[in-house]
Design a protein around this ligand. Structure first.
Ligand SMILES: N[C@H](CCC[C@H](N)C(=O)O)C(=O)O
Length: 282
C-alpha cells in the first residue's frame, strides 16, 4: 500500500502524521514500527493518526503510537501541537482552535498568531493508581505536602515524583541535566517493576522559579529531544513541591516549552514544524 504521510516535529520530538479522516487506517504493529524505523522506514519518535471526530463534542480523534514499539499510548503533547498545524495546513479545518479526543482525555489545541501552539493538556492525576505505580511497602518523603517515593535503582536510591498526564511520568531532580545519568537511570526507572505499564522518566534541573532545564527518557522511545507531557509533569511536580511559580519556561534539548498550571488543566505552549510531505510503500 502506498501511504502518504507528513513528517513533523515539536521542539525536535519528531513524528510521522497520517490522515485517517477520509478512510480508516488499519496498520499493524510491524507497519507502525516500519514507519518509526530510522533506517528501514521513515523514522519518528511517535506516529500520530488524525481520525474523524469520535463524538460530537470534539473535532477529531487523535491516536498516538510509539515509533519503536508500535504500541498505542495515551498522550503526546508535542504531537498535539503538530496535530493542529497539520489539520489546518491540510484543509481539514479552518478553526484556529480544535478539540480532539485521545484514548482517555479531551485536549484543546490553539494555533497562536505568532505560529506557536497552545494546548490545554487536561489535568494531572496524582494518585499512584493513575499511572499505575505500586507504592506498597514504600514510605514517601513528603515535601510541601507532596510525596517523593524512594526507588532502588542500579544499587543506589533515587527519589521520584509520580504523576499522570494521561500517560505515566516519574520525575527526579538533578543539579545539571548535562551530566544527568539519563542513559542508565532512565531505562532502569522506565522498566522498574513498580510501574506496571512502564513509565516516562524526567530529569529536572531547577534554574529559577520561572525556568527549568529538562531531559526526558521516554517510555518505548529512549531519550527524545523534547517531551511535552514530560515537561508538563516535571513543572507540575516542581510547583507542587513549592519550587516553581505557576508559569515556567522549560528548556529541553530540542527547544523551549512554556508550561502554566494553577491547579486544574495544564497549558503548554510551544513550536510545531512541518519538515516534508512523503509517501512510503508499506
Ligand atoms: N513516550 C510517551 C508518548 C509520547 C510522549 C511525548 N512525545 C510527548 O510529547 O508528550 C509514552 O509512552 O507515554
Amino acid at each position: 500500500m502506498r501511504l502518504p504521510f507528513t513528517k513533523m516535529h515539536g521542539a525536535g520530538n519528531d513524528f510521522v502524521v497520517l490522515d485517517a479522516t477520509r478512510a480508516p487506517l488499519a496498520l499493524d504493529t510491524a507497519q507502525l514500527q516500519r514507519l518509526g524505523d530510522r533506517r528501514f522506514g521513515v523514522g519518528a519518535d511517535q506516529i500520530l493518526v488524525v481520525e474523524p471526530a469520535p463524538s460530537p463534542d470534539v473535532d477529531f480523534g487523535y491516536r498516538i503510537f510509539n515509533g519503536a514499539s508500535g504500541a498505542e499510548v495515551e498522550h503526546c503533547g508535542n504531537g498535539a501541537r503538530c496535530f493542529v498545524r497539520y489539520v489546518r495546513g491540510h484543509g481539514l479545518t479552518d478553526k484556529a482552535s480544535v478539540r480532539v479526543r485521545t484514548v482517555n482525555r479531551v485536549l484543546e489545541l490553539t494555533e497562536q498568531a505568532d505560529g506557536r501552539v497552545t494546548v490545554d493538556m487536561g489535568a494531572p492525576a496524582f494518585e499512584p493508581s493513575a499511572l499505575p505505580f505500586d507504592p506498597a511497602g514504600l514510605t514517601p518523603r513528603v515535601e510541601n505536602g507532596f510525596p517523593l517515593w524512594p526507588l532502588a535503582v542500579d544499587h543506589h536510591g533515587v527519589e521520584v515524583a509520580v504523576l499522570s498526564m494521561g500517560n505515566p511520568h516519574a520525575v527526579l531532580w538533578v543539579d545539571d541535566v548535562d551530566t544527568a545519568p539519563v542513559a542508565t537511570v532512565g531505562p532502569a526507572i522506565e522498566n522498574h517493576p513498580r510501574f506496571a505499564r512502564r513509565v516516562n522518566v524526567g530529569f529536572l534541573q531547577v534554574v529559577s522559579r520561572q525556568r527549568v532545564r529538562l531531559r526526558v527518557h521516554e517510555r518505548d522511545a529512549g531519550e527524545t529531544l523534547a517531551c511535552g507531557t514530560g515537561a508538563c509533569a516535571a513543572v507540575v511536580a516542581g510547583i507542587r513541591l513549592g519550587w516553581l511559580d505557576s508559569r515556567v519556561d522549560a528548556e529541553l534539548r530540542g527547544g523551549t516549552l512554556t508550561i502554566e498550571w494553577a491547579g486544574g488543566a495544564v497549558r503548554m505552549t510551544g513550536p510545531a514544524e512541518t519538515v516534508y510531505e512523503g509517501e512510503i510503500e508499506l
